[in-house]
Ligand binder design. Structure first.
Ligand code: CP
Length: 311
C-alpha cells in the first residue's frame, strides 16, 4: 500500500491528480440532502488524533462517512497513551483491529511515518509536529487553483510563523511543484534557516513581501511550539506582521487572503480582513478540505478495493 505522509513524496502530476479527484467531490458535497457515495462501504477508518483539531478531524470524519466507511475516532486525551503506552504499541493495537485506513495527527515530527512503518494499511498524515500537513497543502492548492484560475505563475506570500508551520512546509512543496512563485515573509526569528533551498524567496520586511502578491496566506503564531525560545507579544507582533486592511493594499487589488485556521484574530490577521468575503477564502478552504480528504481516502484505499490507485 501507499501512504500520504507528506507532499514531499508526491510527483507534480500526482498532486494535480489528487486536486482533480477532489473537484469531483465538491458537487456532491453541495448537493443538498444526499451527500453519500458509499464506495468505502465495509472499510474501517480510524482517526487517531494525539493533538487538538477542529477542521482536520471533523473533515476527515465527514469525508469518510460520506464515502460510506465505518469511521472511528481515537482521542489521545481519553486513550491509553495517557497511561504510558508507546506510540509503536498504539500502532500495533490499531493494526490488530484490522483498520483499512488510519489518519493520524501527532505533535512530534516523524510520528506518522513511524506508525506507517508498523501497520498494514494506508496511513494519512493529518499534521505531524513541524513537519508536514499534506491534506492542508492540497486543500490550499485547490482553493488557489479555483479562485485564481491556475497555480503556475501565481505570486503567493506565505506570511508569519513559518518556522513552526507544517502548513507552510506542505504549501511550499505543493505550490512550487505546480509552478507558483512563493515568498516566505516574517520576522527573522520565525523563518527557518536556509529556507531559500525550498525554491522560495525570503522577506523580513512585511510590506516588501506583500508587494504585488496574488495570494496572501497568513499563518497562526504558534506560541505552543515556542517553549524556551523568544515569544513575541501579540500586540507587538500585530503591529509589525499583522495583516490589516492598510497592509493588504500592498498586494494586488484582487489578491486572495487565506488562513488555515485556527486564527488568532487581532494577532496575525485583523478581523476586518478575515471577514471580508470579497477577499478572504478562509471558509472556502474549509469546504475544500472535505473534498480533498474524500479524494485522498478514495485514492489511497483503491488498492484494498482491488482497483487501480494513482494516475
Ligand atoms: N488547519 C488545521 O489543521 O486546523 P485544525 O488544527 O483545527 O485541524
Amino acid at each position: 500500500h501507499r501512504d500520504l505522509t507528506g507532499i514531499a513524496g508526491l510527483q507534480p502530476h500526482e498532486i494535480t491528480f489528487l486536486l482533480d479527484e477532489a473537484e469531483h467531490w465538491i458537487a456532491l458535497n453541495r448537493g443538498g440532502a444526499s451527500k453519500h457515495d458509499g464506495r468505502l462501504a465495509g472499510l474501517t477508518q480510524i482517526n487517531a488524533f494525539f493533538e487538538n483539531s477542529t477542521r482536520t478531524l471533523l473533515s476527515f470524519e465527514i469525508a469518510g462517512k460520506r464515502l460510506g466507511a465505518d469511521v472511528v475516532n481515537m482521542h489521545a486525551a481519553t486513550s491509553s497513551t495517557k497511561k504510558g503506552e508507546t506510540l509503536i504499541d498504539t500502532a500495533v493495537t490499531l493494526n490488530a483491529m484490522r483498520a483499512d485506513v488510519i489518519v493520524i495527527r501527532h505533535d512530534a515530527s516523524g510520528a506518522v511515518q513511524l506508525i506507517a512503518d508498523k501497520v498494514d494499511c494506508p496511513v494519512l498524515n493529518a499534521g505531524d509536529g513541524q513537519h508536514e500537513h499534506p491534506t492542508q497543502g492540497l486543500l490550499d492548492a485547490l482553493t488557489i487553483r479555483r479562485r485564481r484560475g491556475s497555480i503556475a505563475g501565481q505570486v503567493v506570500a506565505i506570511c508569519g510563523d513559518v518556522l513552526h508551520s507544517r502548513v507552510a512546509r506542505s504549501n511550499i512543496l505543493a505550490l512550487t511543484a505546480l509552478g507558483a512563485d512563493v515568498r516566505v515573509v516574517g520576522p527573522p526569528t520565525l523563518l527557518p534557516p536556509a529556507i531559500e533551498r525550498m525554491n522560495v524567496t525570503r522577506h523580513t520586511d512585511f510590506d516588501a513581501g506583500l508587494a504585488g502578491a496574488d495570494v496572501v496566506m497568513m499563518l497562526r503564531l504558534q506560541r505552543e511550539r515556542m517553549a524556551g525560545g523568544f515569544v513575541p507579544s501579540p500586540r507587538e507582533y500585530h503591529a509589525l506582521y499583522g495583516l490589516t486592511p492598510e497592509r493588504l493594499k500592498r498586494a494586488k487589488p484582487d489578491a486572495l487572503v487565506m488562513h488555515p485556521g485556527p486564527m488568532n484574530r487581532g494577532v496575525e490577521i485583523a478581523s476586518s480582513v478575515a471577514d471580508d468575503l470579497n477577499r478572504s477564502a478562509i471558509t472556502e478552504q474549509v469546504e475544500m478540505g472535505v473534498a480533498v480528504r474524500m479524494a485522498c481516502l478514495d485514492v489511497l484505499t483503491r488498492g484494498r478495493r482491488g482497483i487501480e490507485g494513482w494516475a
